[in-house]
Design a protein around this ligand. Structure first.
Ligand SMILES: Nc1nc2c(c(=O)[nH]1)N[C@H]1C(S)=C(S)[C@@H](COP(=O)(O)O)O[C@H]1N2
Ligand SMILES: [Mo]
Length: 333
């Protein structure tokens, strides 16, 4: 019998507020010392070698985002900046305001996420499929024609952003894999290694690692369901779920598993991470719906973040299906 329950920080409005003030303090601190250069220069003097990063591991936010540009992608005319009802979120903010529980229970996980090794990477596609396959990192970027899609992104915590993803529709993996007739669901498994992805400090063992998510196959086949391998014109940064993550823009953000190592076709609905932790708060379907409150807060409005590099936001009405009803409502009628 479970006598107590540990809530992740991000579920709690009051503790979310705490982590935001921590975030602001960190930015003020970085500004005060003129970014990390001084930290590195000072380290030998202070003898604090322990904080030094391994060679090749990004030590500053800018470095962590300074990745090769993705070339030769198409712009999807349905999802351009011009057609969006809001500005794009600033890339420096999107890159430091993350949810990635493998690296801790706050928004400021980008430094820890740099420890992930994304090359080599192996993505296995299997389960109930005619053509199981294994993709390495290069194949993920080269095998499928890449598109840019600017999507609204809505977290279940009632904040949102708008970012230009680079990637390909999930449908292309579906067509390549040819699931067997008995396959009804697809499951995504995120990278997990307790040495690299220790989780929040306290009671990490409580969580049902690895992080997994799942969709119905007809949801996966919808044109909007997307695998992102890049963002803001460049290869995906680790904090955003490199080298490949799921983006399902009409659902709450937690449905989009990051740093995927396995895509598996199943006959039964698979258990998923947050749904296992707290089913009544994180439903399997979790389509964005302003009329269905989270048990602990309203979902009718959202904090749209990042109209500048600092953590500023404006309040917006939340849209049914996050504004994508014309593409997806028929899946649920
Ligand atoms: N593996 C994994 N994937 C994850 C999460 C996570 O903790 N672990 N968090 C989810 C949540 S709650 C959100 S809102 C988005 C955040 O994506 P971003 O940090 O790139 O904006 O990632 C989703 N995917
Ligand atoms: Mo989220």
């Amino acid at each position: 019998m479970v006598l107590f329950r540990i809530d992740p920080n991000w579920q709690l409005p009051e503790r979310a507020a705490t982590s935001e003030s921590a975030f602001l303090n960190r930015r003020q601190f970085l500004r005060a010392i003129g970014a990390a250069g001084l930290t590195i220069a000072a380290a030998p003097l202070l003898g604090c070698q322990a904080t030094a990063k391994a060679p090749g591991v990004a030590a500053t936010l800018e470095e962590s985002l300074d990745l090769p540009p993705v070339r030769g992608f198409n712009t999807n005319p349905n999802f351009t900046e011009a057609g969006l009802d809001r500005p794009l979120t600033d890339r420096l903010l999107a890159g430091q305001y993350n949810n990635f529980y493998e690296y801790g229970g706050t928004k400021s996980i980008w430094p820890k996420a740099q420890n992930l090794v994304t090359n080599p990477w192996t993505l296995t596609v299997g389960g109930l499929a005619k053509n199981p396959a294994i993709y390495d990192q290069d194949e993920l970027i080269r095998k499928f024609p890449l598109e840019e899609r600017i999507y609204r992104f809505r977290c279940v915590e009632a904040w949102s952003m708008a970012v230009p993803w680079l990637g390909f529709p999930m449908r292309l993996i579906l067509e390549a894999a040819e699931p067997l007739p008995e396959a009804k669901y697809v499951r995504f498994v995120s990278y997990y290694d307790p040495d690299v992805t220790p989780g929040p400090n306290v009671f990490s063992g409580f969580y049902p690692w690895p992080y997994t998510e799942a969709l119905r196959l007809d949801e996966m086949a919808n044109d909007l369901a997307f695998f992102a391998v890049g963002i803001y014109g460049r290869v995906l940064p680790k904090q955003h779920g490199a080298p490949i993550r799921a983006v399902i823009p009409w659902k709450y953000g937690f449905k989009g598993a990051k740093s995927i190592v396995k895509i598996e076709f199943t006959a039964e609905q698979p258990p998923t991470f947050w749904n296992t932790v707290q089913a009544n708060e994180y439903g399997f379907e979790s389509n964005v719906d302003p009329k269905v409150p989270h048990p602990r807060w309203s979902q009718s409005r959202e904090r749209f973040i990042g109209t500048g590099p600092d953590l500023s936001w404006e309040m917006r009405e939340t849209l049914p299906y996050n504004g994508y009803g014309e593409y997806v409502a028929s899946l649920y009628s």
